[in-house]
Design a protein around this ligand. Structure first.
Ligand code: PMP
Length: 350
């Protein structure tokens, strides 16, 4: 071993879903939105003055933070903007989970949480979801260094009721509680309304799913001004200019088109309900889906083999090889046409 090798920080990284290169792929594996961003975003992109790219962007991301503050009825000092909710969450872990006590998150949830905890050396515990993949709020009533959970959960798509979310926040007023609402626009009740009541709550959302802008990388956190200030201080100690000019302008443009947002959400929810019915008719079972994906299992069918067979036919879904997840596939809700191709395959395969 070379002497410098002993100083290398060795980590096991998060592995995102595949981004296949072939044309004609049915891509239902990374919870992207099939409808594309609002036409208002296209227009803003066409009008964008590339001459401005010679200048650094606004480190405070004001154009976008103001638009978000307006959309959600909050003050600008309650909004933090970052490069996807992944960056927002990574900075939030670094800022708020700074205790010797373990942070808590469910055993089955977003697999990036343990990666960040390992990277920063944050101790963590993962209370097990019950056998129906429900989060038991009482598991979060013990002493901890912080709490984080996705709502709706990923990869299960199951939402936790707002009163249970509130119980968890209320029982943890000595810690910061992060509610990761990457999928909340597709179902479930947001914890945003609790911000006026709890200064230990941070709600994190994203433009990647419901606003169909995963490629631009925009995420945001909403919370009490003291939390947002602390988060910003950590960001400014890391990189002043995380958000590029294009993202700020196009993100703000997306927020102006509420009608398109609601229309595409409605389409995805309707396709999800139809897909749930059809999966049920084919013998699949799934926790009640509230996100833009369905976590489905078919007793007697090997999910790993089905995943491979689908992939061979250029239909990409996600399979997580854990002991409690290996019998399930996580299927992103695509267009009706894409789902039809999936069902044609499943009907033949089964
Ligand atoms: N939280 C959850 C639960 C997710 O599934 C994802 C998507 N992988 C993210 C956060 C991060 O999404 P993004 O960085 O695109 O906002």
């Amino acid at each position: 071993m070379k002497p410098w090798e002993a100083n290398i920080r060795n980590v096991t990284p998060y592995v995102p879903g595949e981004q296949p290169k072939e044309a004609d792929v049915i891509k239902l594996n990374t919870n992207e939105n099939p409808y594309g961003p609002s036409p208002a975003v296209k227009k803003a992109a066409q009008e964008f003055d590339t001459e401005l790219l010679r200048l650094y962007p606004d480190p405070a991301s004001r154009v976008l933070a103001d638009a978000l503050a307006k959309r959600y009825g909050l003050g600008r000092d309650q909004i933090f903007v970052g490069v996807g909710s992944d960056e927002v969450l990574a900075l939030a872990f670094l800022t708020f989970f700074n205790s010797d006590k373990p942070i808590l998150f469910p055993d089955i949830s977003y697999s990036f949480y343990s990666v960040w905890a390992e990277l920063y050396g944050i101790p963590y515990e993962r209370p097990a979801l019950d056998r129906d993949f429900r989060l038991r709020k009482e598991d979060y009533y013990k002493e901890n260094g912080g709490v984080v959970f996705p709502n709706p959960n990923a990869p299960t798509s199951l939402a936790l009721g707002l009163s249970e979310v509130e119980d968890i926040i209320a029982h943890n007023q000595r810690s910061v509680v992060i509610v990761d609402e990457a999928y909340i626009d597709f179902g479930g009740e947001s914890a945003l309304g609790l911000l006026s009541k709890y200064e230990n709550l941070l709600v994190v959302q994203t433009f990647s799913k419901s606003r169909s802008m995963a490629g631009l990388r925009i995420g945001y956190a909403m919370g009490a001004p003291a939390l947002i200030r602390a988060l910003s201080d950590v960001k400014y100690s890391f990189n002043s200019y995380t958000m590029n000019r294009t993202s700020l302008v196009l993100g703000a443009a997306a927020l102006e088109d509420e009608a398109y947002f609601q229309e595409t959400l409605g389409k995805i929810r309707a396709t999800r309900e139809r897909a749930k019915e059809r999966l049920g008719a084919l013998g699949f079972v799934c926790p009640e889906p509230s996100a833009n994906f369905i976590f489905a299992s078919r007793p007697g069918t090997d999910a790993g083999a089905l995943f491979e067979a689908l992939k061979e036919r250029n239909i990409y879904v996600r399979h997580f090889d854990g002991p409690r997840t290996k019998d399930y596939l996580r299927i992103t809700v695509g267009t009706d046409g894409q789902m039809e191709r999936l069902f044609e395959f499943l009907e033949n395969y089964l």
